[in-house]
Design a protein around this ligand. Structure first.
Ligand code: ATP
Length: 254
């Protein structure tokens, strides 16, 4: 019995009551030749991962922890754009299903009322000229009512924001349906030009002042939008424009 009505995204699901991280399971399956579109879902993760070695809180029963395995036939340098494709699928899916104003904090966080409801972590295995596989992990706060002290000011859940419990299976199915559509638009052009407008419509940093946390030095700027490869276009105080690549920086201020 299938969870989704997609052609390939999440048609095949591998489910865990508990695992270290669904990204780790998806990568192991990727090494073994598992097919494009396979979805790894866990009720709880014991070592959920965020970017740059940070952790992701994913308590039993209340959150969605899932990772999709992909084998895109695109140049390896283009794979990081898939993070933005997934961010759009999540924001758009949540907006439509729940009628709430979910937004994207560039490049990879989904926020509701300025608090984080979802994180996305993309990892990949590539050779010089081809992609072996890409995994995109998605952690969504669904029915949590409280959060650990470290994140209680910055995190929220769909239940907290809507006042109602939300079915996890429905969230997973909707995100997979959206992702499949946006992914196909992405691989057709090998850039984000087909979905850029939709992404920018969800972008909370758009036309906002941001602080760019560049390892080479933090600075203030004004965010305008994204370009076709998913870089954030910012204007510096002296009026010069700069395009910033997600791999290098975080932004603050929404
Ligand atoms: P930023 O760019 O804002 O610095 P990030 O996008 O790199 O953050 P992620 O890697 O997506 O962050 O997420 C990891 C961080 O998210 C953790 O360091 C923690 O502060 C926070 N976090 C962990 N679990 C949750 C959760 N369930 N909900 C919201 N935030 C969380």
């Amino acid at each position: 019995e299938s969870l989704v009505t997609t052609k390939w995204a999440g048609r095949q699901v591998v489910y865990y009551d508990e695992t270290d991280s669904t990204n780790n399971q998806a990568k192991a399956a990727g090494e073994k030749g598992e097919v494009h579109g396979t979805l790894f879902v866990a009720d709880r993760q014991t070592a959920g991962k965020g970017r740059r070695g940070r952790g992701w809180e994913s308590p039993s029963g209340n959150s969605v922890s899932m990772t999709i395995l992909l084998r895109p036939e695109i140049p390896p340098v283009k794979a990081p754009m898939l993070t933005l494709v997934m961010a759009l699928a999540v924001a758009d899916g949540i907006r439509d299903v729940l009628g709430v104003d979910a937004g994207i904090k560039w490049p990879n966080d989904i926020v509701l009322n300025k608090k984080k409801i979802c994180g996305i972590l993309t990892e990949m295995s590539t050779e010089i000229d081809y992609i072996n596989y890409v995994v995109i992990g998605v952690g969504i706060n669904v029915n949590q009512e409280t959060f650990p002290d470290e994140i209680k000011e910055t995190a929220t859940s769909l239940k907290v924001e809507t006042g109602k419990p939300v079915k996890r299976a429905g969230v997973i199915a909707t995100v997979m349906e959206r992702f499949e559509q946006y992914y196909e638009q992405f691989v057709q052009r090998e850039d984000l030009s087909g979905i850029r407008e939709a992404y920018e419509a969800c972008l909370v940093n758009r036309d906002r002042d941001v602080r760019v946390l560049d390892p080479a030095g933090a600075y203030e700027a004004h965010a305008k939008g994204i370009n076709d490869t998913g870089e954030l276009i910012v204007v510096l105080p002296d009026g010069t424009e700069r395009e910033i690549y997600a791999g290098e920086v975080s932004v603050r201020g929404i």
